[in-house]
Each structure stands twice: as C-alpha cells, then as structure tokens.
Ligand binder design. Sequence first.
Ligand SMILES: Cc1cc2nc3c(=O)[nH]c(=O)nc-3n(C[C@H](O)[C@H](O)[C@H](O)COP(=O)(O)OP(=O)(O)OC[C@H]3O[C@@H](n4cnc5c(N)ncnc54)[C@H](O)[C@@H]3O)c2cc1C
Length: 563
Amino acid sequence: MSDGFDEVFDWVVVGSGAGAFSSALVMLKAKRSVVVLEKTALAGGTTAKSGGVMWIPNNRFMREEGVPDSTEAAMTYLDALQALDGGVAPGSTPDKRLAYVTQAPRAVDFLVEQGVALERGPRFYPDYYDELPGSCKTSRTVVAKPFNLKELGPLHDKLRPGFAPFHAKLVEGMEAGHSRTNPKAKRILARIAFRTVIDKLLGRKFTTAGAALQGRMLKAALAAGVDLRLDTPVDGLIIEDGSARGVTTLRDGKPWRIGARLGVLINAGGFGHNQEMRDKYLPGTRADWSQTPEGDTGDMHLELERIGGSLAQMDQMVGFPITPSPGYEKRYVMPNVQGSVAKPHAILVDQSGVRYMNEGGSYELFCETMLKRGKTVPAVPSYGVFDSQYTALYKISDRFIDKGVPAEWLSAGYIKQADTIEDLAAQLSIDPATLAATVARWNGFIANGRDEDFARGERQFDNCGFMGDPFSEASSLGTVARAPFFAVPVVPGDVSTYGGVVTNPDGLVVKADGSVIHGLYATGTTTASVMGNVYAGAGSSIGPSMTFGYIAARHAAGINEAA
Ligand SMILES: Cc1cc2nc3c(=O)[nH]c(=O)nc-3n(C[C@H](O)[C@H](O)[C@H](O)COP(=O)(O)OP(=O)(O)OC[C@H]3O[C@@H](n4cnc5c(N)ncnc54)[C@H](O)[C@@H]3O)c2cc1C
C-alpha cells in the first residue's frame, strides 16, 4: 500500500446502488471496514427509486412454494436469450451467466440471514420471453418487504424516495391499477388507505419497492458498522502496478485520498443524464426521457475507460416508453405508456400509420424496436391509438379521460381526438387510408382471435397486470372500433443505461487485452450487463447489481464457497 492516503478502509465502494450494500454486508460480516461514498445528498441511487424487483432464478421463496426451477433451466433460458440476440455481448460470457445464476439465490439467502426481510414478488410476473426454453411462466422475482423509514433513525430522510409514496406492495399496485375491471380493486385501495391511517397514527413512515430494499440493506449495513458518506463524489481511481489502491474524492471541499486494502467496488450507476454520452452511444434518445436520478452521469464510465477498462454494450439501455404529456418532465415518475398501448382497444403505430411491433413484451425491446424502426420510417415519436372502449376502462398518462380530456392536453396539442380514424390520421399528418387499413387489419385479428402480425397476447407476460389486463376477458386484445378515437405520442424513455465496463465472473474489471485490474471490481449499470443486450425479466438490473456486489466482496475477502 502506497503512502499518502488521508485514510484507509478494507473495502471502498463508489456509489450507493444495490451492490454497494450487499457487498458491504459481506465485508462487515467478515469483520472488514467499509466506506460507501455517494455523490448525491441521498443514498440508494436509482435502485431506491425503482420497483425494487430482483430477477433471482431458483430462489428460496420459489422453493418454499414448490415452484419448480433450477440452475439448468435458468441457464437454458439465458443462453436462448443470447442466441436470440446474436450472442455478441462481452459482458455476458457463459461463465459469468453461470456465476450469476448460481450465486444470485445464495446472495438472497445471505441477505435474509443478515436480517434483510425479502419475499417473493408478484406471483404472476413471467419472464419477458416466456416462449423460450427454460423460461418461468409464473415469477422468478424477489422483493423487499415494506420498510418503515423511521428504522433508519437519523438517516430516515437521507434515503432517495421510492417511486410510489404509498404503503402498498407492487402486486397491490398492479391489481388496484385495474380499478374498473378488477372487482377487488376497491377493497385493495381501502386496505392501502387503512394502512396509511394506521401508519400516521403510529408515527410510521412506510416505504415499499426499491426504497424498501435499499432501506432494509442500509439499515443492516449501518448496524454492522458501515461508514456511509453522502455528498461525496469520487473523481478518480488510484491504480498502481496494475492494481487498484484507492480513490480520490472531496472532503469539506478539499481533495481527499482514500486507500483500499482489499479492493474498490464501483457501483456508480449509468449515464442516463449525460446527454453527450447519450449522443455518442444512444443517438436519438434524450436525458429528459430518463427516469434515473440526477447522479446518473457516467462519471465512472469515463474514469474506467481512462484507466484502461474495456467498455461494452454501451448502445444498450433499459428502455421504458413514456408519453410526454404536459408537465411530464417535472414528474418524479414519468407516465408509463406501454401499460396503456398493450391493453385491449389500443395499438401503437409509426408516423406512417403502420403497426410495427407487439406492444406487449419487454419494455427494453419495445424501445429498441422503436429506435430501430426510426432508422427506416419516422417512428420517434410513435403514436398510441385508443378508442372509447379503452378510455371507458383505462387511463392515458395516468388519467381517466372518458368524462373529459384535460383542457391543457388539448391546448398543448398533446392529445388528438376525432370521430373517425381518418380524421385522427389527418391530425397526426398520417395518410388516412393507411391508418384506417392498419386499424381494420387489427380489428380483423381480434375477430379471428389472433394477432397474425406480431403475436401480441401469446406471451404470458403480455397478459400480466403490468401490460395487458388479467381481469378482462380481452386480456390484451380488443378492437379499436368505437368513436371517439384518441392518439398520443410515445417516445423511447429509459429507467437506466445498460452498458459499461466489462467484468469477469468474480466482478473484476477487465481491460481491452483481457487481463484484469487487481482489486478493482464493478457492478450494476456501471458494467456491461450479464444479461447481454436483452432484458430477461423483471429485476434484470437490480438482481445482477446486488449479486455481483456480493460476489465481488466475497472474492476480495477471500471467502470460499464453504464459508
Ligand atoms: C421507476 C423505476 C422503476 C424501476 N424498477 C426496476 C425494478 O423493479 N427492477 C430492476 O431490476 N430495475 C428497475 N429499474 C431500473 C433500476 O432501478 C436501475 O437499473 C438500477 O437500480 C441501477 O442500479 P445500480 O446498482 O447500478 O446503481 P444506482 O442504484 O443507480 O446507484 C448508483 C449510485 O452511484 C452514485 N454515483 C454516481 N457517480 C458517482 C461518483 N462519481 N461518486 C460517488 N457516487 C456516484 C449515484 O448518485 C447513485 O446514487 C427501475 C428504474 C426506475 C426509475
């Protein structure tokens, strides 16, 4: 260890994502000192804001419920996904996928042993390509149990807020969200309201989803002695003789050097808010369509590249389509539009009025398909087309409009409304005959019970509560036939970027020549995803971030399988 450090820890973590805390817990259990350096004023990153779902095949909760799964099945599925995509993703080598599939359920067991209360996610949350071999048609998801932020003591207001300010589980949100077709929705909403009243009376502040996951891991890490520093941006990595020695940061506005005895873990998120990097790697996408928090600026991507780390899969993002309704950019969570266009009585068309994808399925694939389409036919924005059967049952941009369209939507020109499809087309500058033919073709498919163009509804995932409507017989198919008709723009937003530095199965950073930088680990969206260029199922970002944090810390601490 070189001299000249202001202080030294065993394990130095850059960023406070999902892997930061799982790795900290491993190190702290091994009696090692840990500092987590977070650049923003809040801990938890995009993970805290998120749904908090982790994709964990063969997990303990599936076993407890007798749901069949295995390492082999999960590997078969992930291998099939890579083959589907052409199999060229340096971050997703077969040995790394195997490390993930093997270690992810162990990491969950470990967290539970450390007092992090987890449970099975929604029981009907199928893999996103459930037509492939090895897929799971129910759910491989794991989530945290709701968490009372007050348990964080003085840090209770230092965790990044979750995406939903309610004491409601994800599954309740999915079910109650179908308020006009699910007969149980009112009861669920009443249950949530009752909980909220009780919480208020008892002085509790419950959070769920990603904030509950990060809150629970942070609580366990604080109890075990983690040193968490907020407002502490890392601006450099100290590499000597091919090994990571520490990082440079600021303390009280002055340069500060922190040494690392066992290693440095980079868990600093992606580059959602760096428009320059987006223009270079994800052209045609915009930072103000990204739902990532302000800290997601790719600092560590640039630093890892500077020190020789190999970047890959940089043209990938976890796409998540949004509709830019007036004021969308000021909302903490932007309006999810795929859960609208994938429902019955709705379709998506490009600017020529042609349907070009299954509106259901993976949101990552949805946005990728839109961007690809845009290379040959103008498709950004595309348009969601709805009829009044739709608006009688479901929301657009989180609002019911059957009793009247918000005046500001009309005055801003955001929504188009017409009594005929031809009129709607004219307002969108689309050839009326083309849009009318698209809608007629769709309605013909509905009459025959099958989407012959894109097989919408044939995947289980298309019909789950996040996409279609499991409470309606139509599920995800329904005619667009009853006036008035509506159209809104749809753009390829994201909930993360998905490419970064290549790591090996131990989580070590890999250089262009294939060698590793000793003592330098990375996880999460700072890395080239182990899922490759595909999103396997809900939790395909947080599951790997948490797991490779666990793997990296065990490797750095020299903990073997038996330990
Ligand atoms: C609304 C929403 C719902 C989502 N739901 C899910 C879901 O259910 N499941 C799922 O898998 N994915 C989900 N995602 C995506 C997922 O949240 C992210 O991909 C994931 O959380 C990224 O985690 P991470 O561990 O890589 O980093 P993050 O959780 O983003 O943490 C990185 C941290 O590093 C900090 N940082 C950055 N640079 C520096 C620096 N130089 N020095 C110090 N700190 C730095 C950042 O400020 C940030 O706090 C969702 C996203 C959103 C927005």
